[in-house]
Design a protein around this ligand. Structure first.
Ligand code: ZN
Length: 170
């Protein structure tokens, strides 16, 4: 499958038996959760997803993709383009308890009521995780003065010097 719209849900076990590779796209406009937290979220995103059974017999869904969204710079308040890249290795589990038994290099993904993986939700969740905690321009591109304190966490500014506390103890 190439340059096709990716299926929203898929059976990861049947797909692994066929060592299926899905090379396709999602429309960013369908990602409601992502749209809610970005200024610009449109066009298509290419994602490559592979299904396999690993040496230990575990079912694996791995994939990667890259896209660009518009975010508001927390330093100067202008909208800028942020690249979001995703890269995941997941293993589907039928019950939450099974997640604890997975090797640390796999994250668990829960199956829906039909025993399928929701690829669209999965990709959207990965994109949400890829958004920086404090979105901002590269320093050279930013409109805010270089010595501006915008974008710094308030706690960072007011954090007491740990040595002052030591002094008080003496
Ligand atoms: Zn900026």
């Amino acid at each position: 499958m190439k340059n096709l719209k990716l299926p929203i849900t898929i059976d990861p076990f049947k797909s692994a038996q066929r060592t299926l590779v899905c090379d396709g796209y999602f429309d960013l406009s369908e990602f409601d959760r992502l749209r809610a937290v970005t200024e610009k979220c449109c066009g298509q995103m290419n994602v490559k997803i592979q299904f396999k059974v690993d040496e230990q017999g575990l079912n694996v869904v791995s994939g990667s993709g890259l896209t660009t969204v518009g975010l508001t710079c927390q330093r100067c308040n202008e909208i800028f383009e942020q690249k979001l890249s995703i890269d995941f290795q997941l293993s589907p589990v039928k019950k939450a308890e099974q997640a604890d038994e997975l090797p640390s290099y796999y994250d668990a993904i829960e199956l829906d009521e039909n025993g399928e993986v929701n690829l669209r939700e999965l990709v959207e969740s990965e994109l949400l995780l890829a958004i920086p905690l404090i979105p901002k321009h590269e320093l050279d591109d930013c409109q805010a003065p270089a010595n501006s304190t915008w974008g710094k966490l308030p706690e960072e500014l007011d954090k007491p010097n740990p040595f002052d506390v030591l002094k008080q103890l003496k």
